[in-house]
Design a protein around this ligand. Structure first.
Ligand code: NAD
Length: 457
């Protein structure tokens, strides 16, 4: 099939690659000429493991290309997928890119004769596809959805860092359809594939995405609340607590003779907070949407509030370890991205941690394997921090280190490495990746989320 995807961000480009891999002919429409040229040379505008290899292969086979020509791309395609951004501004979803792109598509479709299906892949609050996308397309195309055109809402569930695998082998395809024909035509994209398909209405598809993200965010905030109670208790290590919880057969079932470790268990674990382009903005958008329905949603509110204050707790731990003396201390930060295997720093806990450290007069050196490899992310540009070229440089002569992102290259660092290089070996483990007993035995001051020391004095 001929498919146009509008938006060449994390979702648009990865979706494009996955559909081209199935054998479709894909055009990715972007706005930034430099990024488009890069994509056509097989260079991704962001880091995602494995993406460039497969992109280069598909470009060679002429199955995918990028352009800024929306009109010709839309006209030549049977399916048009909207994958533009839907950020949250002042706690409310900003639908300006959705409005804009649906008007643009509508205008182009005025001159098209064949039946095409428009699909909303961006995350949007229930009612958006029907109340904003549909009227815009009908108004500017002078055509009727359900007659000359089809409309579906097909939420995306990929996880950055695992995006290729998620998009190539999706665990489900949710198709919210305006009418049967729209859904049937859209479902042809996956013809011959055995992915479970859920066909439903537009609003249910929109809601499914929020329910999914809010669930994982809730598990994380719940785990962080338990961490706080453990910290205040003293002598409790929340990592041991979770080990005891995870072994419950209802969470980790035994199938055959094998213990299964389902992905959901990874979210029932304490850390320095969730970040990224989805959980923070989607939970806020959901709360605001519920408010607009005059609903009291205390759970979602608490999930957001717990997460907002979680980075601050890392600074409190450091403060305690340093004996309240923060000013002019040299501190290293391991990890800027919101999780490993991505360069995405959007709403990463590292931002709030660093801001607070700087406000307290701390001298900050940061490291991340990907986040500033190409360019320094906008959010850090005004911060007076040093960017280290290696882990060694980050921790050398420092009086404390805060581990923010569980990148593989940090996981195997041994206590001796920190002791040898640091001025004072204080480790605040924001992801609980280190074996605390091993670190404590080596006379390191080790605090981690949900663990404020052995409680012995
Ligand atoms: P992004 O900000 O990385 O990319 C969006 C892109 O759309 C930008 O490059 C922007 O320039 C482009 N764009 C906007 N208007 C355009 C137009 N008129 N023409 C051409 N290009 C246009 O965002 P993203 O992370 O890819 O997310 C896109 C959507 O998918 C959001 O709604 C997000 O919530 C949702 N989503 C994201 C993820 C994720 O992990 N990033 C996962 C699932 C769903």
């Amino acid at each position: 099939m001929k498919i146009t995807i509008i938006g060449t961000g994390y979702v648009g480009l990865v979706t494009g690659v996955s559909l081209a891999e199935i054998g479709h002919s894909v055009i990715c429409v972007g706005r930034n000429k430099e990024k488009i040229d890069d994509i056509n040379k097989g260079k991704s505008p962001f880091f995602e493991p494995g993406l460039e290899i497969i992109l280069k292969k598909l470009i060679k086979r002429k199955l995918i290309r990028a352009t800024n020509e929306l009109e010709s791309s839309v006209k030549s395609s049977q399916i048009i997928i909207i994958a533009v951004g839907t950020p949250t501004i002042k706690n409310k979803i900003d639908l300006s890119e959705i409005k804009n792109v649906s008007m643009q598509i509508g205008k182009v479709l005025k001159g098209a004769d064949d039946y095409k299906v428009i699909s909303v892949k961006s995350t949007v609050v229930p009612g958006t596809t029907e109340k904003i996308v549909l009227p815009n397309i009908e108004k500017f195309s002078n055509k009727k959805i359900g007659k000359n055109l089809g409309l579906v809402m097909n939420p995306e569930f990929l996880r950055e860092g695992n995006a290729l695998e998620d998009a190539l082998t999706p665990d489900r395809i949710v198709i919210g359809e305006w009418d049967k024909k729209s859904g049937t035509e859209f479902a042809k994209i996956y013809k011959g594939k055995k992915f479970p398909v859920i066909r439903t209405n537009l609003k249910t598809a929109e809601m499914t995405k929020y329910a999914s993200n809010a669930l994982f965010a809730t598990l994380i905030s719940y785990s962080n609340e338990i961490a706080r109670i453990s910290e205040a208790t003293g002598g409790v290590d929340v990592a041991d607590v979770w080990e005891g919880v995870h072994l419950d057969k209802r969470l980790s079932p035994i199938i055959g003779n094998k213990k299964i470790n389902p992905g959901v268990v990874g979210y029932i674990f304490s850390g320095c907070g969730y970040g990224g382009s989805c959980f923070p903005k989607d939970t806020k958008a959901l709360l605001n949407y519920a408010d607009s329905l005059r609903l009291e949603t205390n759970l979602i509110k608490s999930v957001i509030n717990i997460n907002a204050s979680q980075p601050h707790r890392m600074v409190l731990m450091l403060e305690k370890a340093l004996g309240n003396k923060m000013k002019n201390k040299k501190i290293g930060i391991l990890g800027l991205s919101f999780k490993p295997n991505t360069d995405d720093v959007r709403e990463s806990p590292s931002i709030e941690i660093i801001k607070e450290l700087l406000a307290r007069g701390v001298k900050v050196t940061v490291h991340d394997p990907e986040a500033y490899k190409e360019r320094i992310p906008e959010v850090f540009k005004k911060m007076p921090i040093e960017y280290a070229k290696s882990v060694k440089e980050t921790i050398k002569d420092k009086e404390g280190v805060i581990l923010v992102t569980s990148w593989n290259e940090y996981i195997n660092l041994q206590p001796e490495f920190f002791i040898k290089l640091m001025k004072k070996p204080i480790i605040i483990d924001g992801r609980r990746i280190y074996d605390r007993e091993k670190f404590e035995k080596k006379e390191i001051i080790y605090f981690g989320v949900g663990y404020m020391g052995s409680g012995e004095s």
